[in-house]
Design a protein around this ligand. Sequence first.
Ligand SMILES: [Zn+2]
Length: 202
Amino acid sequence: MIFIFGTRSSVRPAVQTDYACPACGREHAIFAVPQQRYFHVFWIPIFPIYRSYSMVCGDCGGLFDTAHMPVPKEVKQQVKTPKWTFIGLIIIALFVVFVAITGSSASSDRKSGAMAKIENPTVGDIYQVKEAYKEYTLYKVASATKDSIYFYPHGYTINKKSAFDELKADEFLDEDDEYVEGFSKAELKADVESGKILKITR
Ligand SMILES: [Zn+2]
């Protein structure tokens, strides 16, 4: 895809100044014509860059350099940056807010789902767990009491959380009860909050 971006310029309404025209001599004839430069992507204004001025005589049309005819301060104060030059920034800001909101609501949905599964565990529930930095594994619910849940750990770990499906379902250490590990429900909920328990599935 060709990515088209760059700067463009927009001419803004002229402002009359007190300068007399050096060419035709007419008093107050010089107008400052602002040009707003802005950055665009596919012609959508993203943000304003700078503003330059042309000094033009309204009578004879003479054009003068701002180096010799500086734009008066009060004219500069009068000229505002048009709001539409910020459209791209506003769109980007809205998008960032949207992503943040949907992201945090997805994470709170995931948490409340996990909390419900800890409250009412089913034998066979699978917990995706981060054990350490770059060390993830699975735990399978073996049994539960009112306050605690007992698990068979998986025999292997993986080093990234996108690889959970590499851990085979028949490789939990569930042959005998030697490997069973128990945790209180309160402990498990704290692990959901801290992100140690990533997800609970069947
Ligand atoms: Zn003139």
